[in-house]
Ligand binder design. Sequence first.
Ligand code: SF4
Length: 244
Amino acid sequence: MARSYVREARRRGLGRRRERVREIVDRLSREHSDAQIALRFRSDLELLVSVMLSAQTTDTNVNRVTPTLFRKYRSPADYLAVPQEELEQDIYPTGFYRQKTKAIRGTMRMLLEEFDGEVPRRIEELVRLPGVARKTANVVAAELGDAQGIVVDTHVRRLAQRLGLTRNDDPVKIERDLMRIVPREHWGRFPHLLIWHGRRVCDARSPRCEDCVLEDLCPASRLAAAISSGASERAPAARASTPG
Ligand code: SF4
């Protein structure tokens, strides 16, 4: 599917990916000037814990739990000072509470033993923390002001594919493709723009192409497809059904 959108972009003469991506950033920055991380936190440690809790659940769900959680647990040592079951109870509503408790406690232990109780800023260090995968590390590094990669979640993946910015399905390969074409100063902001556009306009099942500021830049646009192919002409295989 992703491959066909890259081909379709070329067929329609939409321009080089590198140039298109600059325009995409400009337009989405105007359209979603409020795009930012939805998790609420007040310190590096709260950021790290929030992102760890957000696995397999919504940011809203995490935000419901963290105000109470962060009043009780203020330092890495606090997470280790209570019995495991108590922390499990405290994060229970975020789901996968046993695995998350294990990961958080392991991470707190490593922060104390190897990082003087501070949250490290380098991706190579962040991914050494138990339960912290590259996506979590990327989110944390970007929010700490030093994005060293590009976060690829389900929205970023879908939009990068629909916009013909990648031929790949694998998040690691998609990130690599995006890092080649997105200017470094936008690495932190770019995912937020795609995520918010994905939530507000480019829905997985029913994208609102008619309301989309990227419509003329997008090889997956349903409008352009309808105009160029007409009712009788065969549409590209990827657009025969709902994009995505
Ligand atoms: S034109 Fe349609 S498919 Fe393309 S980004 Fe906009 S909403 Fe998504």
